[in-house]
Design a protein around this ligand. Sequence first.
Ligand code: PLP
Length: 400
Amino acid sequence: LFRPSHRIASIGVSEILKISGLAAEMKRQGRDIIVLGAGEPDFDTPDPIKDAAERAIRAGVTKYTALDGGQELKAAIRAKFKRDNELEFAQDEITVSAGAKQVLFNAMMATINPGDEVIIPTPFWVTYADIVAIVGGTPVLVPCSEANGFRLQGNVLERAITPRTRWLMLNSPSNPSGAAYSETDYRPILDVLIKHPHVWLMVDDIYEHIIYDDFRFVTPAAIEPALRSRILTVNGVSKAYAMTGWRIGYGAGPSPLIRAMAVVQSQSTSCPSSVSQAAAIEALNGPQDFIRDRCSSFQQRRDLVVGALNAIDGIRCRAPEGAFYTFASCAGLIGKVTPDGQTLRSDTDFAEYLLRAAGVAVIPGSAFGLAPYFRISYATSAVELEDACQRIARATAGLS
Ligand code: PLP
């Protein structure tokens, strides 16, 4: 009989997988389903990056590399931090893994003891809490209201800190809310952290380049040098360069932490893929201008979705500063009754109703720790998004 470990037993099947599974099943049965759940750009990896990978294969760059990334890629990452964030790191303050996700995993595995607490503002990318739980830590979920732009407030953080707090995890722009922190938004949080030297900060900047209007991206290590000795800045090539399948993410932080993370990696994946590292070097060192074009395409789609959702009675959607998600409130629809007599009691009920009645798959906010909301990923064509929004409007109009 199969018995999962205690570590795994505490990890539930996510709502995301449930709704995606249902959508996939309905598609198989021939239903016309629009899935708005993608966590990756619909664009392809740019050709110069693919070419670099091909050249690397031909040149025999096909062997194990240094444990946590080759010197050339680390140099490209340092140059990126200098160019984009005005941050200088030494080579031994950089680590490279199979995606930002593995960077996070290594960091938690390397630092968390049973009972250690990690503060995670909600709504949040569920992976954060699951990784903390897998390594035996305790995720401490702190709700962040829509009224505060889904951003953590300094006084709320202050209340959540205990002697067992090891890390605070922040993500800007955020999956799922699209909310991003300006320097002014970060300031009170960093002030609280200065007062609590036992708390480290992990910032996930993976959506750094997907920002809109005149929002200016900033990262805490650049704002507050006094905290640099306990900040891990996480980033990667997945989202900005449409390279989710290549699996390259990186982290920058104090060298003792980086060394401990390499120990974890040495006994799991040994090193990141050599070919993908060659591709990532080209991504980081090559021309960056296509990112801006892709961003303006994302911005048009954001405007389309936000506009269409706000035109629907019972739905309210804040315009996100970045990433490719909207996180809309469906509070105005809770308690309404579907044409076949079912009362919508939660955002999960609403998401299921949209899937069955309109053939549109969205993810309920409860999957990200904040209800009643739903997340739409607009990393799909404008035509499909327009169709989806019309279907949502029709299905919503059918409620009484
Ligand atoms: N961080 C956030 C907030 C994400 O939404 C995702 C992917 O969905 C990742 C990290 C994963 O990045 P990677 O592909 O580098 O593992």
